[in-house]
Design a binder for this molecule. Structure first.
Ligand code: ADP
Ligand code: MG
Ligand code: ZN
Length: 605
């Protein structure tokens, strides 16, 4: 397996001041290049870094979307040290995790940069001297937690004083998806950050995140009240990662053992589990195989967690069984595998978690163990949760997308995930770097003309689109779903209602998604009266070409009886033998089927 070059790591501008480069024709360009090489000691800029730096130094609001490890920090750390720009003074950085702040501040101080942090922890004397530094205006970067901003009047008045002295350079919102309740990691404290643009409209803001689809993006910009922000976006594809979904059999632990001992001996990885208890149990079972593995979750003390993290970072622990509390902001380049022991709660988090593999650009694997019974359990947990109806609906639809992803064994994994980020991906670019592309064998597939199906779908959408309906809803109408919501809506007069009755749910989903990529349908995000961004399905520019018969639709489908039921086991002979016939369902299938019926009857999946 060769070495892949991660596009996120390619330089787009040399670090040398070059007046012929159009991004280097600003009054501050020479200074920017000097700071890059003298302070950060970097050879050049990666994609969108210099563009974002120039935009913020011009005084614009900026929104940066870059995959994890792409180099977002430089986009605000470097401008904080450039004084030829339109703003001078202190940069305030809002960051969600104390460990993340500590890490960054330590790195900055090492480089001789005047940086500090104020958070709810830390001793009183330290905090006092930090306030003195801040008030003197001598600090280049101050990291604060959003809670601090909400609870400390002293902090607010210091910031206000900086502003009236003309020394509030810019506001940075790191991990900005936390602002959106549509995001996977919403933090209520982040909502208050809109006060910055309200109180200091002249101070530029820069928001950065690794994970945002159009809806989350719109929601973030709306909630922060950014003014005509310059948006920098790039492909989220990570070519060096291999994506795979495996059926979760009883033998999953020996399979993981083999991954650690046979395939990646001495190499590091993360095993994500869905609960604290599952982290501990999984870790202790792997320890019984003699593996250097331990657990990590929010129930441990900060010292315990720091200890585990350090041991893993230096390699004395091979893998960590962790909840999603682990990983944000951790900079370890040589993570070779990320395993999801239980299916993730949403695709956005999944992509972020798998994104921690292979930051060095080398081949790494992302393995998701999927069992329908796990999905049913999680669905029940959502039902039982105390949270409000809207939150539940959101969580259900997130989980449903994950189930769709796991069950779609036909389309390229990259195509499926990137679609969620509203990115069109050509599966030829995957180069067989996912289970579906690798196992796609042209003899198992056949072309089918689904023009009539497509027409009916487009008709349904055309008739419903003015009512602001979601894709999910249109699918249900097309299927003639027996849910109360659809039955009560009385769609009998709608042309195409129930036309998809005889079709496979997975195929219907694929056709809907495909119609979006060919612009027969489109998803539109908008902010509703309540301030929520939602995504609605509309007909696209090519809809009439299909309806009038100008265009046909042919798609590939697995031949009858060949739809793959299991992911090929490929770890060891022992686990293969133990699994018995590859197509046999696990023993617990009776229970799983019962769960399926129950859940399906409630129309959740
Ligand atoms: P992100 O916040 O986008 O996940 P970071 O800002 O933490 O990423 O950067 C990830 C790594 O990339 C860091 O080790 C950083 O030093 C490195 N890096 C950032 N920009 C450059 C660059 N222009 N050239 C080389 N390395 C860079
Ligand atoms: Mg970051
Ligand atoms: Zn693929």
């Amino acid at each position: 397996r060769g070495e892949y070059i991660n596009p996120a790591k390619q330089m787009t501008h040399g670090g040398v001041y070059d007046r012929s480069d159009k991004e280097m024709q600003y009054p501050w360009s020479e200074e920017v290049c000097q700071v890059l090489s003298n302070v950060f000691r970097l050879p050049g800029f990666r994609k969108n870094q210099l563009e974002a730096i120039n935009a913020t130094l011009s005084g614009k609001d900026v929104f940066v979307l870059m995959p994890t490890g792409g180099g977002k920090s430089l986009c605000y750390q470097l401008p904080a040290l450039v004084f030829g720009g339109k703003t001078k003074g202190t940069t305030i950085v809002i960051s969600p995790l104390i460990s993340l702040m500590q890490d960054q501040v330590a790195h900055l101080i090492e480089k001789g940069i005047r940086a500090g942090m104020i958070n709810s922890r830390g001793d009183l004397d330290d905090r006092k001297s930090m306030f003195r530094l801040l008030n003197s205006g001598d600090l280049s970067l101050l990291y604060i937690s959003p809670e601090m901003l909400n609870t400390s009047g002293q902090l607010k008045s210091s910031i206000s004083r900086l502003h009236s002295n003309g020394q509030l350079a810019r506001i940075v919102i790191d991990e900005a998806h936390c602002v959106s309740s549509w995001g996977h990691d919403f933090r209520p404290d982040y909502k208050e950050l809109k006060m910055f643009k309200q109180q200091y409209p002249d101070v530029p803001m820069i928001a950065l995140t690794a994970t945002a689809n159009d809806r989350v993006q719109l929601d973030v910009m709306h909630n922060l009240e950014l003014k005509n922000p310059a948006v920098f976006k790039q492909s989220f594809n990570r070519p060096n990662l291999f994506y795979e979904v495996r059926e979760k059999s009883k033998d999953v632990l020996p399979e993981i053992r083999d991954l650690l001992t046979v395939k990646y001996p001495g190499k590091s990885g993360i095993i994500y589990c869905h609960s604290k208890m599952s982290c501990e149990q999984t870790a202790s079972k792997l320890q019984q195989f003699g593996l250097r593995v331990t657990h990590y979750h929010a129930g441990m003390t900060p010292d315990e967690r720091m200890d585990v993290q350090t041991k893993w970072q230096e390699g004395s622990l091979q893998a960590i069984c962790a909840t999603i509390a682990f990983g944000m902001g951790i900079d370890k380049a040589n993570v070779r595998f990320v395993v999801h022991y239980t299916l993730p709660r949403n695709l956005e988090g999944y992509y972020q978690e798998t994104g921690r593999a292979g930051r060095d650009g080398l081949y790494s694997e992302c393995i998701l163990y999927y069992a329908y019974r796990d999905a049913s359990t999680m669905m029940t947990m959502i039902d039982r949760d105390e949270c409000d109806f809207q939150t539940k609906e959101k969580q259900r639809s997130f989980l449903k997308q994950v189930v769709q992803y796991c069950e779609n064994k036909t389309d390229c994994r990259r195509l499926q995930v990137l679609r969620y980020f509203n990115e069109t991906f050509d599966s030829a670019e995957c180069h067989k770097s996912c289970d579906n592309c690798r196992s796609s064998n042209s003899t198992d597939y056949e072309d089918r003309d689904v023009t009539e199906v497509a027409k009916n779908i487009i008709r349904v959408v055309r008739q419903l689109q003015n009512e602001n309906v979601t894709m999910l809803y249109c699918m249900d109408v097309f299927r003639g779903a027996k849910t109360a919501k659809i039955q009560n809506a009385n769609h009998d007069g709608i042309e195409g209602y129930g036309a998809g009755k005889g079709l496979d749910r997975i195929d219907i989903e694929r056709i809907f998604h495909h119609l979006v990529t060919v612009d027969a349908l489109k998803e539109m995000s908008s902010v509703n009266k309540a301030g929520f961004a939602s995504s609605y399905l509309k007909t696209g520019g090519q809809a009439s070409a299909f309806l009038s018969g100008l265009k046909n639709l042919t798609m590939q489908f697995p031949k009858k009886g060949t739809r793959p039921k299991t992911t090929t086991p490929r770890v060891s002979a022992s686990s293969r033998a133990a699994a018995g016939s590859a197509s046999a369902r696990p023993k617990s299938s009776a229970k799983a089927v019962r769960a399926t019926t129950k859940v399906a009857a409630r129309g959740q999946f």
